[in-house]
Design a binder for this molecule. Structure first.
Ligand code: BGC
Length: 523
Protein backbone atom coordinates (compact mmCIF):
# COMPACT_ATOMS: atom_id res chain seq x y z
CA UNK A 1 0.00 0.00 0.00
CA UNK A 2 1.12 3.54 -0.51
CA UNK A 3 1.36 5.78 2.41
CA UNK A 4 -1.17 8.56 1.93
CA UNK A 5 0.08 10.50 4.92
CA UNK A 6 0.27 14.23 4.54
CA UNK A 7 3.45 16.08 3.75
CA UNK A 8 3.90 19.58 5.14
CA UNK A 9 3.51 22.12 2.34
CA UNK A 10 6.23 24.74 1.88
CA UNK A 11 5.70 28.40 1.14
CA UNK A 12 6.38 28.13 -2.60
CA UNK A 13 3.85 25.34 -2.74
CA UNK A 14 1.21 27.36 -0.93
CA UNK A 15 1.83 30.23 -3.32
CA UNK A 16 1.37 27.90 -6.31
CA UNK A 17 -1.76 26.58 -4.71
CA UNK A 18 -3.32 29.98 -4.21
CA UNK A 19 -2.51 30.84 -7.82
CA UNK A 20 -4.19 27.63 -8.87
CA UNK A 21 -7.23 28.50 -6.81
CA UNK A 22 -7.37 31.91 -8.40
CA UNK A 23 -7.30 30.17 -11.77
CA UNK A 24 -10.25 28.07 -10.74
CA UNK A 25 -8.08 24.95 -10.55
CA UNK A 26 -9.12 23.93 -7.07
CA UNK A 27 -12.31 23.40 -5.08
CA UNK A 28 -13.50 26.77 -3.95
CA UNK A 29 -16.68 25.59 -2.25
CA UNK A 30 -15.45 22.82 -0.02
CA UNK A 31 -12.56 22.56 2.35
CA UNK A 32 -11.44 20.21 5.09
CA UNK A 33 -12.77 16.68 5.33
CA UNK A 34 -16.24 15.88 4.02
CA UNK A 35 -19.00 15.83 6.62
CA UNK A 36 -20.46 12.68 5.07
CA UNK A 37 -18.75 9.34 4.51
CA UNK A 38 -19.32 6.50 2.06
CA UNK A 39 -21.36 3.68 3.60
CA UNK A 40 -19.62 0.38 4.42
CA UNK A 41 -21.38 -1.48 1.61
CA UNK A 42 -20.33 1.11 -1.02
CA UNK A 43 -17.69 -0.30 -3.38
CA UNK A 44 -14.92 1.70 -4.99
CA UNK A 45 -13.24 0.62 -8.20
CA UNK A 46 -11.45 1.59 -11.38
CA UNK A 47 -12.41 0.92 -15.01
CA UNK A 48 -10.68 0.12 -18.29
CA UNK A 49 -11.63 -1.50 -21.60
CA UNK A 50 -9.74 -4.11 -23.63
CA UNK A 51 -9.09 -2.18 -26.83
CA UNK A 52 -8.04 0.93 -24.94
CA UNK A 53 -5.25 -0.68 -22.89
CA UNK A 54 -4.44 -4.20 -24.07
CA UNK A 55 -2.54 -3.89 -27.32
CA UNK A 56 -1.30 -7.29 -28.55
CA UNK A 57 -3.73 -6.82 -31.40
CA UNK A 58 -2.49 -9.85 -33.37
CA UNK A 59 -0.70 -11.75 -30.61
CA UNK A 60 -1.61 -15.02 -28.96
CA UNK A 61 -4.10 -16.00 -31.65
CA UNK A 62 -6.32 -12.91 -31.39
CA UNK A 63 -8.60 -12.10 -34.34
CA UNK A 64 -9.32 -8.57 -35.57
CA UNK A 65 -11.95 -6.29 -34.17
CA UNK A 66 -13.31 -3.43 -36.22
CA UNK A 67 -11.08 -1.01 -34.31
CA UNK A 68 -7.98 -2.89 -35.48
CA UNK A 69 -9.19 -3.15 -39.05
CA UNK A 70 -10.61 0.34 -39.40
CA UNK A 71 -7.64 2.18 -37.92
CA UNK A 72 -5.21 0.17 -40.03
CA UNK A 73 -7.17 1.08 -43.14
CA UNK A 74 -7.80 4.71 -42.13
CA UNK A 75 -4.77 5.82 -40.09
CA UNK A 76 -5.76 9.48 -40.18
CA UNK A 77 -9.04 8.94 -38.38
CA UNK A 78 -7.48 9.37 -34.94
CA UNK A 79 -6.24 12.85 -33.99
CA UNK A 80 -2.63 11.67 -33.66
CA UNK A 81 -2.92 9.05 -36.43
CA UNK A 82 -2.42 6.35 -33.81
CA UNK A 83 -4.05 2.96 -33.30
CA UNK A 84 -4.47 0.38 -30.53
CA UNK A 85 -1.79 -2.07 -31.68
CA UNK A 86 0.21 -1.64 -28.48
CA UNK A 87 -1.80 0.86 -26.43
CA UNK A 88 -0.73 0.55 -22.76
CA UNK A 89 0.43 -2.99 -23.57
CA UNK A 90 -1.61 -4.55 -20.80
CA UNK A 91 -1.45 -7.77 -22.79
CA UNK A 92 2.09 -8.04 -21.41
CA UNK A 93 1.87 -5.81 -18.33
CA UNK A 94 -1.33 -7.07 -16.72
CA UNK A 95 0.46 -8.10 -13.52
CA UNK A 96 1.70 -4.55 -13.10
CA UNK A 97 -1.85 -3.33 -13.65
CA UNK A 98 -3.08 -5.59 -10.89
CA UNK A 99 -0.39 -4.27 -8.56
CA UNK A 100 -1.54 -0.73 -9.36
CA UNK A 101 -5.12 -1.65 -8.56
CA UNK A 102 -4.05 -3.23 -5.27
CA UNK A 103 -2.17 -0.08 -4.31
CA UNK A 104 -5.30 1.98 -4.77
CA UNK A 105 -7.01 -0.27 -2.22
CA UNK A 106 -10.20 -0.49 -4.30
CA UNK A 107 -12.67 -3.36 -4.07
CA UNK A 108 -13.47 -3.66 -7.78
CA UNK A 109 -11.87 -3.64 -11.21
CA UNK A 110 -14.08 -3.13 -14.25
CA UNK A 111 -12.45 -4.41 -17.44
CA UNK A 112 -13.67 -5.89 -20.69
CA UNK A 113 -13.01 -9.07 -22.60
CA UNK A 114 -11.98 -8.63 -26.20
CA UNK A 115 -14.47 -10.82 -28.07
CA UNK A 116 -11.92 -11.70 -30.77
CA UNK A 117 -9.21 -12.64 -28.28
CA UNK A 118 -11.24 -15.64 -27.20
CA UNK A 119 -13.20 -16.11 -30.45
CA UNK A 120 -10.92 -14.90 -33.28
CA UNK A 121 -13.70 -14.99 -35.89
CA UNK A 122 -16.43 -13.95 -33.46
CA UNK A 123 -18.06 -17.38 -33.74
CA UNK A 124 -17.72 -20.26 -31.27
CA UNK A 125 -16.41 -22.79 -33.81
CA UNK A 126 -12.89 -21.55 -33.12
CA UNK A 127 -11.93 -20.97 -29.49
CA UNK A 128 -8.51 -19.44 -28.88
CA UNK A 129 -7.11 -21.18 -25.80
CA UNK A 130 -4.30 -18.66 -25.36
CA UNK A 131 -6.81 -15.85 -25.15
CA UNK A 132 -8.99 -17.88 -22.81
CA UNK A 133 -6.00 -18.36 -20.51
CA UNK A 134 -5.05 -14.67 -20.59
CA UNK A 135 -8.34 -13.55 -19.03
CA UNK A 136 -8.53 -16.53 -16.66
CA UNK A 137 -5.14 -15.58 -15.20
CA UNK A 138 -6.24 -11.99 -14.68
CA UNK A 139 -9.50 -13.00 -13.00
CA UNK A 140 -7.67 -15.48 -10.75
CA UNK A 141 -5.15 -12.85 -9.70
CA UNK A 142 -7.88 -10.32 -8.98
CA UNK A 143 -9.91 -12.75 -6.91
CA UNK A 144 -6.75 -13.79 -5.03
CA UNK A 145 -6.22 -10.11 -4.21
CA UNK A 146 -9.81 -9.75 -3.02
CA UNK A 147 -10.69 -7.46 -5.92
CA UNK A 148 -14.05 -8.12 -7.57
CA UNK A 149 -13.76 -8.39 -11.35
CA UNK A 150 -16.61 -6.51 -13.02
CA UNK A 151 -16.52 -7.70 -16.60
CA UNK A 152 -17.95 -6.03 -19.68
CA UNK A 153 -18.57 -8.44 -22.54
CA UNK A 154 -18.76 -5.80 -25.25
CA UNK A 155 -16.89 -2.50 -25.07
CA UNK A 156 -17.24 -1.54 -28.74
CA UNK A 157 -14.69 -3.95 -30.27
CA UNK A 158 -17.04 -5.76 -32.63
CA UNK A 159 -15.44 -8.70 -34.47
CA UNK A 160 -14.62 -7.45 -37.98
CA UNK A 161 -16.57 -10.26 -39.73
CA UNK A 162 -19.79 -9.13 -37.99
CA UNK A 163 -19.17 -5.45 -38.61
CA UNK A 164 -18.89 -6.28 -42.29
CA UNK A 165 -22.43 -7.64 -41.94
CA UNK A 166 -23.70 -4.43 -40.35
CA UNK A 167 -22.73 -4.93 -36.71
CA UNK A 168 -25.63 -4.37 -34.33
CA UNK A 169 -27.93 -3.31 -37.17
CA UNK A 170 -27.97 -6.98 -38.18
CA UNK A 171 -30.41 -8.84 -35.89
CA UNK A 172 -28.49 -12.10 -36.40
CA UNK A 173 -25.50 -10.68 -34.54
CA UNK A 174 -27.62 -11.05 -31.39
CA UNK A 175 -27.40 -14.85 -31.75
CA UNK A 176 -23.63 -14.77 -32.04
CA UNK A 177 -23.34 -12.43 -29.09
CA UNK A 178 -25.37 -14.90 -27.06
CA UNK A 179 -22.95 -17.71 -28.03
CA UNK A 180 -19.97 -15.60 -27.01
CA UNK A 181 -21.59 -14.63 -23.71
CA UNK A 182 -22.48 -18.25 -22.94
CA UNK A 183 -18.87 -19.24 -23.54
CA UNK A 184 -17.64 -16.45 -21.25
CA UNK A 185 -20.05 -17.53 -18.47
CA UNK A 186 -18.89 -21.14 -18.87
CA UNK A 187 -15.22 -20.20 -18.85
CA UNK A 188 -15.14 -17.61 -16.12
CA UNK A 189 -18.41 -17.72 -14.18
CA UNK A 190 -16.75 -19.43 -11.22
CA UNK A 191 -14.58 -16.32 -10.74
CA UNK A 192 -16.63 -13.47 -12.21
CA UNK A 193 -19.81 -12.58 -10.34
CA UNK A 194 -20.54 -9.19 -11.86
CA UNK A 195 -21.16 -9.01 -15.58
CA UNK A 196 -22.02 -6.14 -17.89
CA UNK A 197 -23.39 -7.09 -21.28
CA UNK A 198 -22.81 -3.92 -23.33
CA UNK A 199 -21.00 -0.66 -22.71
CA UNK A 200 -22.99 2.48 -23.54
CA UNK A 201 -25.22 1.26 -26.37
CA UNK A 202 -26.56 4.81 -26.64
CA UNK A 203 -23.25 6.50 -27.30
CA UNK A 204 -22.04 3.57 -29.34
CA UNK A 205 -25.05 3.41 -31.70
CA UNK A 206 -25.21 7.19 -31.99
CA UNK A 207 -21.50 7.53 -32.72
CA UNK A 208 -21.11 4.62 -35.14
CA UNK A 209 -24.28 5.13 -37.15
CA UNK A 210 -25.10 8.83 -36.81
CA UNK A 211 -22.24 11.15 -35.91
CA UNK A 212 -19.51 8.91 -37.31
CA UNK A 213 -17.07 9.56 -34.48
CA UNK A 214 -16.54 5.88 -33.65
CA UNK A 215 -15.23 3.18 -35.99
CA UNK A 216 -16.28 2.30 -38.55
CA UNK A 217 -18.32 5.48 -39.07
CA UNK A 218 -21.17 3.64 -40.72
CA UNK A 219 -23.15 6.75 -41.65
CA UNK A 220 -26.74 5.55 -41.40
CA UNK A 221 -28.36 8.41 -39.47
CA UNK A 222 -31.95 8.19 -38.36
CA UNK A 223 -32.19 4.52 -39.34
CA UNK A 224 -29.02 2.66 -38.38
CA UNK A 225 -28.99 4.36 -35.01
CA UNK A 226 -32.40 2.86 -34.11
CA UNK A 227 -31.68 -0.61 -35.53
CA UNK A 228 -28.51 -0.65 -33.46
CA UNK A 229 -30.43 0.54 -30.38
CA UNK A 230 -33.12 -2.06 -30.84
CA UNK A 231 -30.78 -5.00 -31.43
CA UNK A 232 -28.42 -3.94 -28.64
CA UNK A 233 -31.33 -3.97 -26.20
CA UNK A 234 -32.48 -7.36 -27.48
CA UNK A 235 -28.93 -8.71 -27.19
CA UNK A 236 -28.79 -7.54 -23.60
CA UNK A 237 -32.13 -9.15 -22.72
CA UNK A 238 -31.19 -12.39 -24.44
CA UNK A 239 -27.95 -12.68 -22.48
CA UNK A 240 -29.55 -11.65 -19.18
CA UNK A 241 -32.27 -14.29 -19.52
CA UNK A 242 -29.77 -16.93 -20.66
CA UNK A 243 -27.58 -16.30 -17.58
CA UNK A 244 -30.65 -16.30 -15.35
CA UNK A 245 -31.74 -19.70 -16.64
CA UNK A 246 -28.49 -21.53 -17.31
CA UNK A 247 -25.96 -20.04 -14.90
CA UNK A 248 -27.44 -17.96 -12.08
CA UNK A 249 -28.67 -20.88 -9.97
CA UNK A 250 -25.08 -22.18 -9.65
CA UNK A 251 -22.90 -19.17 -10.22
CA UNK A 252 -25.10 -16.68 -8.33
CA UNK A 253 -23.69 -13.69 -10.15
CA UNK A 254 -25.26 -10.38 -11.18
CA UNK A 255 -25.77 -9.13 -14.72
CA UNK A 256 -26.48 -5.64 -15.96
CA UNK A 257 -25.74 -3.21 -18.78
CA UNK A 258 -23.84 0.11 -18.77
CA UNK A 259 -25.91 3.13 -19.81
CA UNK A 260 -24.36 6.53 -20.39
CA UNK A 261 -25.84 9.94 -19.83
CA UNK A 262 -24.92 13.55 -19.61
CA UNK A 263 -27.27 15.44 -17.31
CA UNK A 264 -29.76 17.47 -19.32
CA UNK A 265 -30.64 20.83 -17.78
CA UNK A 266 -32.98 23.53 -19.09
CA UNK A 267 -31.02 26.45 -20.54
CA UNK A 268 -33.42 28.77 -18.75
CA UNK A 269 -35.10 26.95 -15.86
CA UNK A 270 -37.88 29.57 -15.93
CA UNK A 271 -38.92 28.71 -19.47
CA UNK A 272 -41.31 25.72 -19.63
CA UNK A 273 -40.15 24.94 -23.19
CA UNK A 274 -36.55 24.60 -22.00
CA UNK A 275 -37.65 22.38 -19.12
CA UNK A 276 -39.47 20.21 -21.65
CA UNK A 277 -36.42 20.20 -23.95
CA UNK A 278 -34.24 18.93 -21.11
CA UNK A 279 -36.72 16.15 -20.37
CA UNK A 280 -36.95 15.23 -24.06
CA UNK A 281 -33.17 15.08 -24.27
CA UNK A 282 -32.97 12.74 -21.27
CA UNK A 283 -35.74 10.48 -22.58
CA UNK A 284 -34.33 10.26 -26.11
CA UNK A 285 -30.78 9.55 -24.96
CA UNK A 286 -31.17 7.69 -21.67
CA UNK A 287 -34.85 6.77 -21.30
CA UNK A 288 -34.78 5.02 -24.68
CA UNK A 289 -32.45 2.43 -23.10
CA UNK A 290 -33.41 2.62 -19.42
CA UNK A 291 -37.20 2.55 -19.76
CA UNK A 292 -37.40 -0.86 -21.47
CA UNK A 293 -35.26 -2.36 -18.69
CA UNK A 294 -36.07 -0.47 -15.49
CA UNK A 295 -39.60 0.94 -15.79
CA UNK A 296 -42.69 -0.90 -14.53
CA UNK A 297 -44.41 -0.91 -17.93
CA UNK A 298 -41.35 -1.61 -20.10
CA UNK A 299 -40.89 -0.76 -23.79
CA UNK A 300 -39.61 2.55 -25.18
CA UNK A 301 -40.82 5.66 -23.34
CA UNK A 302 -44.06 7.06 -24.76
CA UNK A 303 -42.44 10.38 -25.71
CA UNK A 304 -39.69 8.59 -27.63
CA UNK A 305 -42.16 6.44 -29.55
CA UNK A 306 -44.28 9.53 -30.38
CA UNK A 307 -41.37 11.66 -31.48
CA UNK A 308 -39.83 9.11 -33.84
CA UNK A 309 -43.22 7.97 -35.18
CA UNK A 310 -44.37 11.53 -35.85
CA UNK A 311 -41.18 12.61 -37.55
CA UNK A 312 -41.07 9.40 -39.61
CA UNK A 313 -44.65 10.04 -40.76
CA UNK A 314 -43.88 13.67 -41.64
CA UNK A 315 -40.89 12.49 -43.66
CA UNK A 316 -43.03 10.11 -45.69
CA UNK A 317 -42.00 6.79 -44.18
CA UNK A 318 -44.78 4.22 -44.10
CA UNK A 319 -43.28 2.69 -40.94
CA UNK A 320 -41.57 4.20 -37.94
CA UNK A 321 -37.80 4.33 -38.11
CA UNK A 322 -37.86 3.05 -34.51
CA UNK A 323 -38.68 -0.68 -34.61
CA UNK A 324 -41.31 -2.22 -32.31
CA UNK A 325 -40.71 -4.89 -29.67
CA UNK A 326 -43.03 -7.90 -29.54
CA UNK A 327 -44.86 -8.49 -26.24
CA UNK A 328 -42.41 -11.29 -25.42
CA UNK A 329 -39.48 -8.97 -26.02
CA UNK A 330 -40.98 -6.27 -23.80
CA UNK A 331 -41.33 -8.88 -21.06
CA UNK A 332 -37.81 -10.24 -21.53
CA UNK A 333 -36.33 -6.73 -21.31
CA UNK A 334 -38.39 -5.54 -18.35
CA UNK A 335 -36.40 -6.17 -15.15
CA UNK A 336 -33.38 -7.54 -17.02
CA UNK A 337 -30.77 -5.98 -14.73
CA UNK A 338 -29.52 -6.65 -11.22
CA UNK A 339 -28.13 -3.13 -10.78
CA UNK A 340 -27.97 0.10 -12.79
CA UNK A 341 -24.53 0.68 -14.36
CA UNK A 342 -24.19 4.40 -15.13
CA UNK A 343 -21.42 6.24 -16.98
CA UNK A 344 -21.47 9.99 -16.48
CA UNK A 345 -18.99 12.71 -17.37
CA UNK A 346 -20.65 16.04 -18.11
CA UNK A 347 -23.87 18.06 -18.46
CA UNK A 348 -25.69 19.96 -21.21
CA UNK A 349 -28.03 22.97 -21.34
CA UNK A 350 -31.06 22.39 -23.57
CA UNK A 351 -33.61 24.47 -25.41
CA UNK A 352 -36.03 23.51 -28.21
CA UNK A 353 -34.91 23.66 -31.84
CA UNK A 354 -36.36 22.55 -35.16
CA UNK A 355 -33.05 22.41 -37.04
CA UNK A 356 -29.36 22.96 -36.29
CA UNK A 357 -26.57 23.20 -38.89
CA UNK A 358 -24.89 19.92 -37.85
CA UNK A 359 -28.04 17.78 -37.88
CA UNK A 360 -28.61 15.24 -40.61
CA UNK A 361 -32.04 14.38 -42.00
CA UNK A 362 -33.34 12.00 -40.82
CA UNK A 363 -31.50 11.70 -37.52
CA UNK A 364 -31.95 11.04 -33.86
CA UNK A 365 -30.82 14.62 -33.27
CA UNK A 366 -33.62 15.98 -35.43
CA UNK A 367 -36.16 13.59 -33.90
CA UNK A 368 -35.16 14.87 -30.45
CA UNK A 369 -35.44 18.52 -31.50
CA UNK A 370 -33.23 20.12 -28.86
CA UNK A 371 -30.26 22.43 -29.09
CA UNK A 372 -27.33 21.53 -26.83
CA UNK A 373 -25.17 24.17 -25.22
CA UNK A 374 -22.93 24.48 -22.21
CA UNK A 375 -22.57 27.05 -19.50
CA UNK A 376 -19.53 29.27 -20.12
CA UNK A 377 -18.71 29.07 -16.43
CA UNK A 378 -18.16 25.29 -16.57
CA UNK A 379 -14.42 24.57 -16.87
CA UNK A 380 -13.14 22.39 -19.71
CA UNK A 381 -9.60 21.33 -18.80
CA UNK A 382 -9.15 18.69 -21.51
CA UNK A 383 -11.38 17.19 -24.21
CA UNK A 384 -13.66 19.67 -25.94
CA UNK A 385 -16.77 17.80 -24.79
CA UNK A 386 -16.08 17.41 -21.11
CA UNK A 387 -17.34 20.38 -19.11
CA UNK A 388 -17.05 20.18 -15.35
CA UNK A 389 -20.38 20.56 -13.54
CA UNK A 390 -20.31 18.38 -10.40
CA UNK A 391 -24.00 18.88 -9.37
CA UNK A 392 -24.93 17.17 -12.66
CA UNK A 393 -24.19 13.74 -11.23
CA UNK A 394 -26.43 14.32 -8.21
CA UNK A 395 -29.26 15.57 -10.43
CA UNK A 396 -28.84 12.61 -12.75
CA UNK A 397 -29.05 9.91 -10.10
CA UNK A 398 -32.08 11.73 -8.66
CA UNK A 399 -33.68 11.72 -12.12
CA UNK A 400 -33.14 7.97 -12.36
CA UNK A 401 -34.38 7.37 -8.86
CA UNK A 402 -37.56 9.41 -9.59
CA UNK A 403 -38.21 7.71 -12.90
CA UNK A 404 -37.59 4.07 -12.02
CA UNK A 405 -39.09 2.75 -8.78
CA UNK A 406 -37.11 -0.47 -9.08
CA UNK A 407 -34.00 1.53 -8.11
CA UNK A 408 -35.19 1.43 -4.52
CA UNK A 409 -34.50 -2.29 -4.65
CA UNK A 410 -31.52 -2.55 -6.97
CA UNK A 411 -28.62 -0.12 -6.67
CA UNK A 412 -27.03 2.35 -9.03
CA UNK A 413 -23.32 1.81 -9.58
CA UNK A 414 -21.33 4.54 -11.31
CA UNK A 415 -19.34 2.42 -13.75
CA UNK A 416 -17.39 5.38 -15.23
CA UNK A 417 -16.68 8.97 -14.23
CA UNK A 418 -13.52 10.97 -14.75
CA UNK A 419 -11.76 13.94 -16.31
CA UNK A 420 -9.41 14.49 -19.23
CA UNK A 421 -6.35 16.65 -19.34
CA UNK A 422 -3.25 16.75 -21.51
CA UNK A 423 -0.90 14.89 -19.20
CA UNK A 424 1.38 15.25 -16.19
CA UNK A 425 1.32 13.65 -12.76
CA UNK A 426 0.34 16.81 -10.86
CA UNK A 427 -3.22 16.56 -12.04
CA UNK A 428 -4.87 19.09 -9.77
CA UNK A 429 -7.95 19.44 -11.95
CA UNK A 430 -8.56 15.69 -11.79
CA UNK A 431 -8.17 15.64 -8.00
CA UNK A 432 -10.77 18.38 -7.75
CA UNK A 433 -13.06 16.70 -10.25
CA UNK A 434 -13.10 13.44 -8.30
CA UNK A 435 -13.50 15.21 -4.97
CA UNK A 436 -16.35 17.36 -6.20
CA UNK A 437 -18.23 14.68 -8.15
CA UNK A 438 -17.86 12.18 -5.31
CA UNK A 439 -19.11 14.77 -2.85
CA UNK A 440 -22.23 15.29 -4.97
CA UNK A 441 -22.77 11.55 -4.76
CA UNK A 442 -22.47 11.72 -0.98
CA UNK A 443 -25.19 14.37 -1.03
CA UNK A 444 -27.34 12.19 -3.30
CA UNK A 445 -26.92 9.29 -0.89
CA UNK A 446 -27.26 11.09 2.44
CA UNK A 447 -29.57 14.00 1.65
CA UNK A 448 -31.70 12.66 -1.21
CA UNK A 449 -31.81 8.98 -0.23
CA UNK A 450 -30.50 7.75 -3.60
CA UNK A 451 -29.51 4.11 -3.73
CA UNK A 452 -25.95 4.51 -5.07
CA UNK A 453 -23.68 1.67 -4.00
CA UNK A 454 -20.55 1.92 -6.08
CA UNK A 455 -18.19 4.14 -8.02
CA UNK A 456 -15.57 3.28 -10.64
CA UNK A 457 -13.09 5.90 -11.89
CA UNK A 458 -12.40 6.17 -15.58
CA UNK A 459 -9.67 5.30 -15.83
CA UNK A 460 -7.07 3.22 -14.04
CA UNK A 461 -4.44 4.51 -16.48
CA UNK A 462 -3.97 6.68 -19.56
CA UNK A 463 -5.25 4.80 -22.56
CA UNK A 464 -6.22 4.84 -26.21
CA UNK A 465 -9.10 7.31 -26.22
CA UNK A 466 -10.80 6.17 -29.43
CA UNK A 467 -10.81 9.04 -31.99
CA UNK A 468 -8.68 11.20 -29.68
CA UNK A 469 -5.94 8.58 -29.75
CA UNK A 470 -3.36 9.34 -27.06
CA UNK A 471 -3.82 13.13 -27.17
CA UNK A 472 -5.94 13.30 -24.03
CA UNK A 473 -5.43 11.54 -20.71
CA UNK A 474 -7.92 10.08 -18.27
CA UNK A 475 -5.70 7.94 -16.01
CA UNK A 476 -5.05 7.84 -12.30
CA UNK A 477 -1.73 6.44 -13.53
CA UNK A 478 0.16 8.11 -16.33
CA UNK A 479 1.52 5.83 -19.06
CA UNK A 480 4.62 6.76 -21.00
CA UNK A 481 3.54 5.73 -24.48
CA UNK A 482 7.05 6.43 -25.79
CA UNK A 483 8.76 3.94 -23.52
CA UNK A 484 8.98 0.30 -24.65
CA UNK A 485 7.74 -0.77 -21.20
CA UNK A 486 4.86 1.66 -21.24
CA UNK A 487 6.07 2.84 -17.82
CA UNK A 488 3.23 3.59 -15.42
CA UNK A 489 3.49 6.35 -12.79
CA UNK A 490 0.84 7.24 -10.21
CA UNK A 491 -0.57 10.74 -10.49
CA UNK A 492 -1.64 12.91 -7.58
CA UNK A 493 -5.22 11.85 -8.31
CA UNK A 494 -4.25 8.21 -7.63
CA UNK A 495 -3.02 9.13 -4.15
CA UNK A 496 -6.09 11.23 -3.54
CA UNK A 497 -8.40 8.42 -4.66
CA UNK A 498 -6.54 5.87 -2.49
CA UNK A 499 -7.06 8.24 0.41
CA UNK A 500 -10.79 8.47 -0.26
CA UNK A 501 -11.05 4.70 -0.57
CA UNK A 502 -9.14 4.20 2.69
CA UNK A 503 -10.89 6.86 4.77
CA UNK A 504 -14.27 6.70 2.96
CA UNK A 505 -14.34 10.49 3.16
CA UNK A 506 -13.15 13.27 0.88
CA UNK A 507 -10.24 15.45 1.89
CA UNK A 508 -10.82 18.69 0.03
CA UNK A 509 -7.41 19.94 1.10
CA UNK A 510 -5.57 16.94 -0.29
CA UNK A 511 -3.68 18.99 -2.84
CA UNK A 512 -2.53 21.42 -0.19
CA UNK A 513 -1.46 18.64 2.13
CA UNK A 514 0.35 16.50 -0.39
CA UNK A 515 2.17 19.17 -2.39
CA UNK A 516 5.90 18.64 -2.36
CA UNK A 517 5.41 14.90 -2.23
CA UNK A 518 7.74 13.09 -4.61
CA UNK A 519 5.30 10.82 -6.36
CA UNK A 520 7.85 8.63 -8.14
CA UNK A 521 9.57 7.91 -4.82
CA UNK A 522 6.33 6.40 -3.58
CA UNK A 523 5.90 3.97 -6.40
C1 BGC B 1 -16.41 5.05 -22.78
C2 BGC B 1 -14.92 4.90 -22.62
C3 BGC B 1 -14.24 6.21 -22.96
C4 BGC B 1 -14.73 7.26 -21.99
C5 BGC B 1 -14.07 8.60 -22.12
C6 BGC B 1 -16.96 6.36 -22.29
O1 BGC B 1 -17.90 6.81 -23.18
O2 BGC B 1 -17.07 3.96 -22.22
O3 BGC B 1 -14.46 3.85 -23.41
O4 BGC B 1 -12.87 6.12 -22.97
O5 BGC B 1 -16.11 7.44 -22.21
O6 BGC B 1 -14.17 9.14 -23.38
Amino acid sequence: MWSSSAVAPNTAVLLTLSLLQLAGGSSDVNSGISNYSFPDDFIFGVSTAAFQIEGGWNEGGKGESIWDTYLHEHPTVTKDHSNGDVAADSYHHYMEDIEMIKKLGVQGYRMSISWTRILPNGTDNNINQEGVKYYRTIFEELVKANITPVVTLYHWDMPTPFMNLGGWTNAKVVDYFEDYARLAFNLYGDLVKMWLTLNEPHFHCFSVYETDVLAPAFNAPGLGVYLCTHNSLLAHARVYRMYEKEFKPDQKGKVSIVLDASMGLPKDPNKPEDVEAAENYLQMNLGMFAHPIYSEEGDYPRVVREKVNNMSRLQGYSRSRLPYFTDEEVTALRGSADFFGLNHYTSELLSPSVMEPNWKVPSLAQDTGVKMETDPSWPMPGADWLYVYPPGIRKLVNWLQNNYKILKKIPIIITENGLTDFGGTKDYDRVDYYNDYLYQLLLAIHEDGCNVKGYFCWSLMDDMEWGDGYTIKFGLYSVDFNSPNRTRTPKLSAYNYANIVRTRRIDFDYIKRSEGLNTTALK
